[in-house]
Design a protein around this ligand. Structure first.
Ligand code: BGC
Length: 703
């Protein structure tokens, strides 16, 4: 029977059910008896529950199979349930948080993390993941910055694409594939004042040139789903924003997959004041072509009546149901409703040796060395003490680790002592005087659940007790190695006395092992920041690719009527693209193949990058452009290309970039691409601040 035949046989109530997704606790509670728990809380009856089309979250393959079996026994048309879940940075094998992964500037690693997550999760019975998060964010107060890929839309797009491809492979019929639902369309990362769920208000120019890019990358990678964000956009909650969901997403951007609300998002339209009641909310969301309502019941309780009263055209419902059925078909669920769910396979895959090695590899490239006055790498023979609030913590998974278990991780204390057994752990600075030590590894930052959803903060400061301890340690003459666990840029001004600062993020299941190898130089650091670290919260939003002002600040000419703060520098403490390694690199001999280029031509850019140290290492070579004059003001620099290359000690590599004129264009507020005749600066370097530059004159033949 084709899905069209199925649709013909469906009652209105069955159709409404397909458009509904229920949260896990309703299914999990009594699997052995009945699949539903407290459905009455949602105002549903038992019959309705067996019409529901999809499930949010699941414990494991055994549970999924039990629920699917029970459901199919009761379902008249035997339409299998679709199981969705938040597999964000790993299923049971937990990878670094996405923000950290982006600091590897290595998309193949992101792809690998998605592949492994898909293998584990699909064996556990999951069909679609609510990932990746494509939201661009420039605000570290927003706790969900940890779930994205930083402040740059180009880099974000590259990582989103790699993740979607890693989850889905090139076909959902492939073994171990997982459908991907990109989120949270649109602009969720720009919540005002960094407060989660808050209003989003942005210009069309920012939307099309920056914020939309990550979602577009997901669409181009054929992501099967798109989640509507909680926020309003142009004053209308995205969940019922027809302009955004239909005109932009489907008509302009060409998205063909299923759309889903965020958790209880449709119900919340009433709290936004944009719908009178659940009926009104349902009408608005259906007209915005929202296919699945997650965790609320505006659809299932109202659709029958709304269609009968002529308030909703049945065609709208049928279209949405068909999209869902066709995803189920593409996933192969009609042929095998259990798909790849397999408890034995699940058990053999999760936290397997191979997967743990992979997460360690990703962690090694995701940590960022922010400061090093020569104390690192440590030697095993150094007299080391390790301490600090997270020294003994195994909480390195970070938020969104649903199926992960921190208890299975190793603490930094244990990992360091394993490698350098004479290292001593102390829990208070008072005991230090009894120990013969010269170096202190101090582990601190944020608790792993201080970031993530609903974890907005106004203060990004280091805790006063940690600042005080570091001060005391340096006063006592110890060399201090600060190791930070955190999911967002913090204000590090007060810990700059540290001899070394390692940004250890939440690096997942093998965080401690990876950090230990980096601290002792077994592996060289290679990560670079993908978000600026402000000096002060008052600078936020702070991002490298801002526009110039009419009164740009110039440090050399102290003109008081320019764009600056009277109590803080404009620049970040650590800029986008920044990160040290045990190698040192210099950039020389920037050459352009032409001084002038025309439409559709290619400019070759060359630069020599030398490793001037005696240690082999990776360097991330970054290319930025600045279109000096255009009809609209252009960012002072924009990342357009990068290469992560291995350079042997004391050797030089010639790096080549091809620049096609299409990457020089800019996006307008009407979402068109333009490029006008004029000079374009080409800048190359190790980060967004230390750049060498040359210029090329672009001629637009059509002008
Ligand atoms: C989050 C989503 C998530 C959903 C389901 C929501 O609160 O915003 O990102 O996918 O819950 O867990």
């Amino acid at each position: 029977m084709t899905i069209h035949h199925i649709l013909k046989q469906m009652t209105l109530a069955e159709k409404a059910g397909q458009l509904t997704q229920l949260p896990p606790h309703l299914f999990i509670q009594t699997t052995s008896d009945d699949i539903m728990g407290n459905v009455h809380d949602l105002g549903l009856n038992d019959t309705q529950v067996f019409l529901v089309g999809s499930v949010l979250g699941i414990k494991n393959a055994t549970e999924m199979m039990a629920i699917q079996k029970r459901y199919l026994e009761k379902s008249r048309l035997h339409i299998p349930l679709l199981f969705m879940a938040d597999v964000i940075h790993g299923y049971e094998t937990i990878f670094p948080i996405p923000l950290a992964i982006s600091c590897s500037w290595n998309e193949s690693l992101a792809h690998l993390t998605a592949r492994i997550s898909a293998k584990e999760a699909s064996a556990a019975g999951i069909h679609m993941t609510f990932a990746p998060m494509a939201d661009l964010t420039r605000d570290p107060r927003w706790g969900r910055i940890m779930e994205g890929f930083g402040e740059d839309s180009f880099l974000t797009s590259r990582f989103v694409q790699a993740m979607v491809k890693g989850f889905q492979t090139d076909s959902l019929s492939n073994k171990d594939s997982l459908a991907s639902c990109v989120k949270h369309y649109a602009g969720y990362g720009a919540a005002e004042a960094g407060r989660d769920y808050n209003t989003v208000d942005m210009s069309k120019l920012s939307f099309y040139s920056q914020y939309v890019q990550g979602y577009v990358a997901g669409i181009n990678a054929s992501a099967k789903g798109m989640m509507a964000s909680f926020n309003t956009f142009d004053g209308i909650p995205v969940t019922v924003n027809k302009d955004l969901m239909v005109d932009v997403l489907r008509n302009q951007l060409g998205f063909k997959g299923i759309t889903i609300t965020d958790y209880d998002g449709l119900n919340q339209v009433i709290a936004h004041g944009a719908a009178e009641d659940t009926r009104d909310a349902a009408i608005k969301a259906l007209n915005a072509k929202i296919d699945i309502e997650m965790a609320s019941t505006c659809y299932i309780n109202n659709i029958e009546e709304l269609v009968k009263q002529g308030k909703i055209d049945i065609k709208v419902i049928d279209e949405a149901v068909l999209r869902i059925l066709s995803l189920k078909e593409e996933l192969g669920l009609f042929k095998n409703p259990y798909r790849f769910a397999n408890p034995e396979k699940e058990a053999s895959l999760v936290l397997s040796k191979e997967h743990l090695l992979a997460t360690k590899r990703v962690a090694l490239e995701s940590a960022v060395l922010l400061k090093n006055n020569g104390i690192l790498p440590l030697a095993k023979t150094d007299k080391i003490v390790i301490m600090g609030p997270y020294a003994k913590s195994t909480g390195t998974n970070g938020a969104w680790d649903w199926h992960g278990d921190n208890a299975k991780n190793v603490s930094l204390v244990d990992a360091v002592i394993e490698l350098a057994p004479q290292t001593k752990y102390i829990d208070s600075i008072n005991t230090l005087q009894n120990i013969d030590a010269s170096v202190v590894i101090y582990v601190y930052g944020e608790d792993q659940y201080e970031t993530g959803e609903a974890k907005s903060k106004v203060s990004l400061r280091i805790k006063p007790s940690d600042i005080e301890t570091i001060k005391q340690l340096t006063e006592l003459g110890y060399k201090v190695v600060s190791v930070l666990y955190n999911g967002r840029p913090l204000i590090l001004e007060e810990i700059l006395d540290s001899d070394a600062i390692v940004e250890g993020w939440f690096l997942g299941s093998c965080a401690a092992e990876a950090l230990t190898e980096l601290l002792f130089g077994i592996v060289n650091f290679s990560g670079k920041l993908t978000c600026s670290f402000p000096r002060h919260e008052g600078q936020i939003p702070l991002y490298y690719n801002h526009l110039s002002t009419g009164r740009p600040y110039n440090k050399e000419q102290s003109d008081p009527y320019t764009s600056f703060y009277i109590d803080c520098e404009n620049s970040p403490l650590y800029p986008f693209g920044y990160g040290l390694s045990y190698s040192t690199f210099t950039y020389t001999n920037l050459r352009l193949s032409k001084t002038e280029i025309y439409n559709d031509e290619i400019l070759d850019v060359y630069v020599d990058v030398s490793n001037t140290s005696t240690i082999d290492g990776y360097e991330i070579v970054q290319l930025y452009i600045h279109d000096l004059k255009a009809t609209i003001a252009r960012p002072i620099k924009e990342l357009k290309k990068f290469k992560k290359i291995w350079i042997k000690a004391l050797s030089t590599v010639q790096i080549h970039f091809e620049i096609h004129t299409s990457i020089l264009t800019y996006t307008t507020s009407q979402n068109t691409q333009e490029l006008e005749t004029g000079d374009i600066k080409i800048m190359l370097g190790p980060n967004s601040q230390q750049l060498i530059e040359a210029s090329v004159l672009y001629h637009n033949k059509e002008e």
